[in-house]
Write a protein that binds this ligand. Structure first.
Ligand code: RBF
Length: 164
């Protein structure tokens, strides 16, 4: 299903794990800040809604989405962090750089996630226009930040189930 047909704030929340002692890092790109702030709010509020404590959530800003992977890797290296959520917006219509940035971030996050054996969630919007970005950052299509937070929670739960 494409995100055009999906509300990003509607998901199954059956059997989510207890995350009251779990620690999360949110890495937020400053490029397209009006959108990434909304993604951050969605992710932060969703973590709190499902049981995370404010003192267990840290935030780091990076200049642009290209820097998300390295910063996510740094946070994932911290032993106390259980999951990292990387949030950014790369608007496809504006520059050919989008392909390079999107692929680099997707690959970088995958690599950092596996290298650190921790979930690092790809919360990067790749829309064609700013309007489509806003639609997915608390607009008509929900909030990708909410979805990224739920994904982080589910992956923390699955890791516990599989590895403990
Ligand atoms: N960063 C984003 O997060 N979103 C963008 O849409 C975006 N577009 C860019 C377009 C160009 C032409 C360049 C050079 C950079 C862009 N960046 C964007 C910034 C990029 O992620 C990174 O911060 C810089 O390239 C510095 O490494």
């Amino acid at each position: 299903m494409s995100t055009a047909d999906k509300n990003l704030s509607v998901f199954s929340t059956a059997a989510l794990p207890n995350i009251s002692s779990r620690k999360f890092a949110l890495v937020v790109a400053e490029w397209n800040e009006e959108v990434t702030e909304k993604l951050f709010e969605g992710a932060y509020n969703t973590l709190i809604q499902y049981g995370a404590l404010p003192e267990n959530i840290v935030r780091g800003n990076v200049p642009g989405s290209f820097e998300l992977s390295l910063a996510a890797h740094w946070y994932a290296q911290r032993p106390e962090i259980d999951a990292v959520i990387a949030l950014g917006v790369v608007i496809q219509g504006e520059t050919k750089h989008n392909d390079y940035i999107n692929h680099a971030v997707a690959q970088g996050i995958t690599n950092a996630s596996i290298a650190n054996n921790k979930p690092i969630i790809f919360g990067v919007l790749t829309p064609n226009t700013m309007e489509q970005a806003l639609d997915r950052a608390g607009g008509v299509h929900g909030n990708k930040g909410d979805e990224a937070a739920i994904t982080a929670i589910k992956m923390v739960g699955l890791k516990e189930q599989v590895l403990s």
